[in-house]
Unconditional design. Structure first.
Length: 370
């Protein structure tokens, strides 16, 4: 069996690492295609090195651009690779433009496509990621859902065939990495103390491309820093560009609001584990924070991981400055109390389940053709 796996952005490198290694352990011929959607070293190459993800067989180098331009360029180049390699099945991950371009290219060539992290919904169709998810799910042949909620979402949209609740591959990775990373050493490197800082990540277009939203979040961080709380903010390139264009970085910034370049995945895992609270608009980091029992404040109006909000671990606060400050201080000072931690995400066996399903599918197809 030959599989082409399509990746292009930071979360996809992480998700693909455990699945790729599991596929290769089972002797499956995997071709790794990197679209180049994230092309900064810390946003790309370092993940291959840290996670033992094989270097790509194909690197398209697409880079940035408008959604249409980026997706269109990817579609053209991915199609060329697929026509050359003629895989038995193609794996796509998550909700980026690389995901949608890969799925569209595959389905046009009548090759089966499997979507890892299928069924997630924010129910906000102004988000590019939401459109990517929905379209990819509805043209995929195999849907690997991370939770029961994701399966339910697909069922509500009439997608019921070849849907599998395999658990979340991100938990597989997190459980592996946290055993290998030296948290104390990472904290010393950034001059941070265990459970004595807030970790911040902001990158979604709804925040970076909306000046009012970005201003509210930025001013909330300034306000929180003025209380004496240490805030560590590794800034995504898109966010840094928006902060610079709007001159937010020109203002006086408290010393305890630490602005940093993007960090490696290993360092991010250590920081998520060691933070007292996380402020993030990233779906992946909301979930990773939960893996490590670190609660999150979410400066958005919705989240894909509603189960974490329903049990009280994470809180959606919107883009209002006062809400962000109030809820963050409350969580930082009072904690979660006795809220229960529940394993929603498959116990770290998702990549094994995905691999076994693909092998079984290939065996059944082979026997049918014979």
């Amino acid at each position: 069996m030959k599989i082409v796996s399509i990746v292009g952005a930071r979360p996809q490198f992480i998700k693909a690492s455990v699945v790729s290694n599991k596929l290769r352990e089972k002797g499956i011929n995997e071709i790794l295609l990197h679209t180049g959607q994230h092309y900064d070293f810390n946003m790309s190459r370092v993940f291959f090195k840290e996670l033992n993800l094989p270097m790509p067989d194909y690197y398209l180098g697409i880079g940035s651009g408008t959604h249409g331009e980026q997706t269109g360029k990817m579609l053209i180049e991915i199609e060329k690779v697929l026509m050359k390699e003629k895989p038995d099945i193609v794996l796509v991950y998550g909700d980026t433009n690389s995901t949608l371009a890969g799925a569209l290219a595959v389905v046009k060539l009548h090759i089966p496509v499997a979507h890892v992290e299928a069924g997630l919904r924010s129910f906000n169709r102004t988000m590019p990621e939401e459109i990517n998810r929905i379209l990819t799910d509805h043209i995929s042949n195999y849907l690997f859902a991370p939770t029961n909620n994701a399966v339910h979402n697909l069922k509500n949209e009439g997608v019921i065939e070849n849907v599998y609740n395999v658990g979340d591959v991100m938990l597989d990775v997190a459980l592996d990495v946290v055993k290998r990373v030296n948290i104390a050493s990472v904290l010393n490197g950034y001059d941070l103390k265990l459970k004595d800082f807030i970790l911040v990540t902001i990158h979604r277009a709804e925040n970076t491309d909306n000046k009012d939203n970005l201003k509210n979040i930025w001013e909330a961080l300034i306000e929180l820093a003025k209380t004496g709380i240490t805030i560590f903010f590794p800034v995504h390139p898109r966010t840094k560009k928006a902060l610079t264009i709007n001159h937010f970085l020109d203002r006086n910034i408290p010393n305890n609001l630490i602005i940093f370049e993007p960090v490696s995945y290993f360092d991010m895992v250590a920081l998520e584990n060691a933070a007292r609270v996380i402020i993030t608009d990233s779906g992946g980091i909301q979930k990773e924070g939960y893996f490590f029992k670190t609660p999150c404040i979410i400066p958005r109006n919705e989240t894909e991981w509603i189960e974490l909000v329903e049990i009280g671990w994470n809180k959606v606060v919107g883009n209002n400055k006062e809400n962000i400050v109030k809820e963050t201080i409350n969580l930082y000072s009072k904690g979660l109390g006795n809220k229960q931690w529940v394993d929603f995400y498959g116990g770290g066996k998702a990549s094994e389940r995905i691999t076994n399903i693909l092998i079984k599918r290939d065996k059944i197809l082979h026997e049918y053709l014979l």
